[in-house]
Design a protein around this ligand. Structure first.
Ligand SMILES: NC(=O)c1ccc[n+]([C@@H]2O[C@H](COP(=O)([O-])OP(=O)(O)OC[C@H]3O[C@@H](n4cnc5c(N)ncnc54)[C@H](O)[C@@H]3O)[C@@H](O)[C@H]2O)c1
Length: 255
């Protein structure tokens, strides 16, 4: 059910963190992988690992907010692989600040990458999925789509809004494209160490202690722990599941 042999998976924001982890998990389960992000050198490092697993891999340097670049990227993928089975919309940015401190530029940046980028990627991939009558789209949201936080260093209102929008987009797309055998689901990670968090949240002992005290599992997520739910939504294990989200936060948001 979880086997992805010969499937073609496109991962955005694949140069680091949860995106790179998911790309490795796809390859471990048999998929050929397209790694898309802005930093080519970083992508090449992940690509080398995936090639080592015996999978085909394509690196594309592209900003998900640049429509022309995304259009060309999807054309290149179809030319090289002939199809796209899985789209992991993972690229994202966290912008710190509340509505009283954020600039309009900060607001737009979070909404552009986290929501518009997902829209543009999906806009060019969905027609191919419709044509092949098969597709698995997984959108990375966040537990911050569902909960806010009092702690000053965790206040990120544009991030909250953008990640809630991801859930709305997921539901809308799921409702429309189910008839084409395309499922669209979301994953909402809690706290994980990555480039996004290592110099901020993971630098504060007080914050980490507070998070662990609140979390039923008493710790932040370990790298790789998002990949299981991503794999579930990307494989035929979830063939009759659409428009849903899974929160991967060790239960932090339920207490
Ligand atoms: N780390 C966490 O605790 C956490 C929690 C909840 C949700 N998330 C979400 O997980 C996803 C991955 O984040 P991460 O923690 O691995 O951080 P990360 O910074 O390591 O990864 C983000 C990736 O997105 C890419 N990216 C950013 N802007 C882009 C753009 N305009 N075009 C193309 N690529 C772009 C980056 O280059 C990078 O590869 C994000 O959507 C993030 O919001 C992370």
């Amino acid at each position: 059910m979880f086997d992805l042999t010969d499937k073609v998976a496109v991962v955005t924001g694949a140069s680091s963190g949860l995106g790179a982890d998911s790309a490795r998990a796809y390859a471990q389960n048999g998929a050929n992988v397209v790694l898309l992000a802005r930093r080519k050198e970083k992508l090449e490092q992940v690509a080398a690992e995936i090639s080592g697993m015996g999978r085909k891999v394509l690196v594309i340097s592209c900003d998900v907010t640049d429509e022309e670049c995304v259009k060309k990227a999807v054309e290149e993928i179809i030319e090289k692989f002939g199809r796209i089975d899985i789209l992991l919309n993972n690229a994202g940015v966290a912008v710190r600040g509340g509505v009283d401190t954020l600039t309009v530029e900060d607001w737009d940046h979070a909404m552009d990458v986290n929501v518009k980028g997902m829209f543009i990627m999906s806009k060019y991939v969905v027609p191919h999925m419709k044509e092949q009558n098969y597709g698995k789209i997984v959108n990375i949201s966040s537990v911050n789509a569902l909960i806010g936080d009092k702690a000053d260093m965790f206040i990120r209102h544009s991030y909250n809004a953008s990640k809630s929008a991801v859930l709305g987009l997921t539901i809308g797309m799921a409702a429309s494209y189910g008839q084409f055998n395309i499922t669209v689901n979301a994953v909402c990670p809690g706290l994980f160490e990555s480039e996004m968090t290592k110099d901020t949240l993971f630098k504060s002992e007080a914050f980490l202690q507070g998070y662990s005290a609140q979390c039923p599992m008493s710790r932040p997520g370990k790298r790789g722990e998002v990949s299981g739910p991503v794999l579930f939504f990307s494989s035929d294990a979830s063939s009759y599941v659409t428009g849903q989200h899974i929160v991967v936060d060790g239960g932090t948001s339920i207490v």
